[in-house]
Design a protein around this ligand. Structure first.
Ligand code: COA
Length: 254
């Protein structure tokens, strides 16, 4: 029987590439996002691939909306096995100029949103007796390094990385679930690239800082996600894989 996966923030960039690739790989795919127009376009794009899918408008900051999305998915596909916590929010702002609400907004999306969706998912697992479910989180190397200029995102991603490891143990024992993370480096055609590369010159500096000398692609991230969620990776649990051309290892800025 086909398995079902829900991808948050799946209407653009890496989220959309993962949703498309997972449908190609035979999953039932449910995409959530906040923007109705983008959801409509994603619906059309997913229609080009054989199989079943659905799109749901929701904000990961709202725990009730997350539970409703999980329950809607279970009603449509019978059960929900897997989740990609991809939805994120970020902006560059020196921490001494950041407002408390700016901090809260990013932490709410990235850390609390990941909890809200994971918690809703496990309620579905309990009701449907799902064994061997999965969660894939998207982090960033500043989850374990400094994130100067992006403090709320860095602190939140550090929390998500810890939650990845914690749930890998808790829910590994309890539900034989696998919980893993991807740490993408600079990836082209993403919200992150648009927001964090402030000018063509800045983007060029980032590119030169990647040992492989280029940005990654959303399709490369999607390929890794498909593998991590497959039975071939059935012994992978609590792991974070950096797919970044060696970017985070490079300690020489330029
Ligand atoms: N610099 C400083 N503060 C900022 C900011 C910036 N560039 N952008 C937003 N903020 C602050 C706002 O001023 C506000 O705080 P205030 O009430 O004290 O003024 C707070 O953040 C919330 O902003 P708001 O625009 O109401 O939030 P939102 O929920 O509409 O948007 C964001 C959330 C800001 C994260 C928005 O960029 C977003 O939705 N991004 C999603 C896509 C994304 O970021 N992708 C990249 C992922 S790496």
């Amino acid at each position: 029987m086909k398995k079902t996966i829900l991808v948050t923030g799946g209407t653009s960039g890496m989220g959309k590439a993962m949703a498309l690739a997972l449908k190609e790989a035979g999953w039932n795919v449910v995409v959530t996002g906040r923007d109705a127009e983008r959801l409509q376009q994603t619906d059309l794009d997913l229609q080009q691939i054989a199989g079943e899918h659905a799109v749901i408008q929701m904000d990961v900051r709202d725990p009730e909306a997350c539970l409703a999305a999980v329950n809607q998915t279970r009603a449509r596909f019978g059960r929900l096995e897997a989740l990609i916590n991809n939805a994120a929010g970020n902006f560059i702002c020196p921490t001494d100029e950041l407002s408390p609400n700016g901090w809260k907004t990013v932490v709410d999306i990235v850390l609390n949103g990941t909890f809200n969706c994971s918690h809703a998912l496990v309620k579905g697992w309990q009701e449907d007796q799902v064994v061997g479910g999965q969660i894939l989180n998207i982090v960033a190397s500043y989850a374990w390094q400094a994130g100067a200029g992006v403090a709320p995102s860095a602190a939140a991603k550090a929390g998500v990385l810890n939650l990845t490891r914690t749930l890998a143990v808790e829910w590994g024992y309890k539900y034989q679930a696998r919980v893993n993370a991807i740490s993408p480096g600079p990836i082209e055609r993403t919200g992150g690239a648009d927001k964090l590369a402030m000018s063509p010159e800045h983007a060029e500096r980032i590119r030169r800082n990647v040992p492989l000398g280029r940005f990654g692609t959303p399709e490369e991230i999607a390929g890794l996600a498909v593998w991590m969620l497959s039975d071939q990776a059935g012994y992978l649990n609590g792991e974070c894989i950096a797919l970044d051309g060696g970017h985070w290892l490079n300690k020489q800025p330029f």
